[in-house]
Design a protein around this ligand. Structure first.
Ligand code: AQP
Length: 355
């Protein structure tokens, strides 16, 4: 009996400038994984329609996320890089998953509650079904691992629930057709068509917080530009934003327990650790007991050192739209071949007359 081959998939929405949270929570990990894994990285443009249907610059935003992928060091030969709307099988599988998933599951998603706000009845059906499309993005390649920030943990759990329900509901047909793959779930060896995908949420900055409020996630849609560091910010802007970052008057604590009730200090130390590739403990060993007036310039220097080359590379790559479009087109072709294979089997399993 075969086992699922390890495959990494992740996506980023083209809904605005990428920020340090996207970089540390996702892109930095994408780059690290490309040497050890087969990876597919996607600009999930269909997702961007769920909150706002009409965008003035969706094509530009899509290209700019692709340019950021490349500028961070993703190799388009080694990885498949493309935008979601080029591969219609994502939406086809999402429809099947809409019929597998339960409305109650979707209603429990905290991202839906946050984004729909008080006027839930007026939110788009697409916003409610977002996690079903996300599950399809991943499972149309039968991906086994997904590097994401902590905010996506609940959606990954839902992806597993959808895979598990599909595997259970169609277990007889999967077995009849010989499409089952063995996998280990805890102590148990089970058989299914879709893997139970593992999230990869590791490191010191899995949830980077706003620079203005340490209890809120750093986000593209925060109205305050001072709340985030954009990958397009120049060195002076990065330094200014870190200087203005909210902190408390006490010096940095000398141990991890000292961060309790100090979300802003915790956030800045986490960012430093992730940028430097060291543990929080090591950062504390160096800066514990020191004032923010000493820590912030060191953090700003590190942030500029990391982000300035990415910024320059993004500008260089973005100037060559033909190149970016070529990468997305070619990646789309490669992705589509894999997705077609899965969908052919899914339609057979479900029993649709599609061949
Ligand atoms: N603050 C964050 N810290 C760590 N990781 C983060 N990610 C997002 N924000 C943080 C991770 O970045 C990847 C891409 O995110 P996305 O573009 O798909 O959408 P998002 O999570 O909705 O990003 P934003 O900035 O919060 O956008 P808005 O404001 O539109 O909601 C994901 O892996 C995500 O976990």
């Amino acid at each position: 009996m075969s086992e699922f081959k390890q495959l990494v998939f992740s996506g980023v929405q083209p809904t605005g400038n990428l920020h340090l949270g996207n970089y540390l929570g996702a892109l930095q990990k994408f780059v690290a994984l490309q040497d050890s894994h087969d990876c597919i990285y996607c600009v999930v443009d269909l997702h961007s329609l769920t909150a706002t249907l009409v965008h003035d610059d969706l094509k530009e935003q899509t290209r700019s996320i692709a340019a950021a992928f490349l500028a961070c060091g993703l190799d388009p030969e080694k990885n498949i890089i493309f935008n979601q709307s080029r591969v219609p099988q994502h939406a086809e599988l999402a429809w099947v998953f809409n019929c597998v998933a339960r409305i109650g599951w979707m209603n429990r998603m905290t991202q839906f509650k946050d984004k729909a706000g008080k006027d839930r009845e007026n939110a788009s059906l697409g916003l409610l079904a977002y996690p079903s499309l996300m599950a399809a993005d991943i499972l149309v390649y039968r991906a086994t691992h997904v590097p994401v920030g902590d905010d996506q943990k609940q959606h990954l759990e839902l992806t597993r629930d959808i895979a598990q329900k599909f595997n259970n509901d169609f277990s007889h047909r999967i077995a009849e057709l010989g499409y089952g793959v063995e996998m280990q779930v805890g102590e148990e060896a089970v058989n299914g068509f879709f893997p139970l995908t593992e999230p990869l949420i590791e490191g010191s900055a899995t949830r980077v917080m706003s620079l203005r409020d340490g209890t809120k996630k750093m986000s593209k849609s925060d109205p305050s530009d001072l709340s985030r560091i954009n990958l397009t910010d120049d060195a002076d802007t990065i330094v200014r934003k870190i200087r203005k970052a909210k902190t408390d008057p006490a010096p940095l604590p000398g141990d991890i327990e000292g961060f309790v009730g100090r979300p802003e200090a915790d956030n800045l130390v986490g960012i430093y650790a992730a940028l430097a590739g060291i543990s929080r403990e090591k950062v504390i060993a160096e800066f514990g007991g020191k004032q923010f007036s000493e820590f912030k310039p060191a953090l700003a220097e590190l942030a500029v050192e990391t982000l300035a080359p990415i910024n320059a590379e993004m500008r260089r790559i973005s100037a060559d739209l033909g190149y970016v479009d070529g990468v997305l087109r070619e990646g789309g072709e490669r992705a589509r071949q894999r997705a077609e294979e899965t969908m052919k089997k899914v339609y057979e399993i479900v029993g649709l007359l599609a061949d």
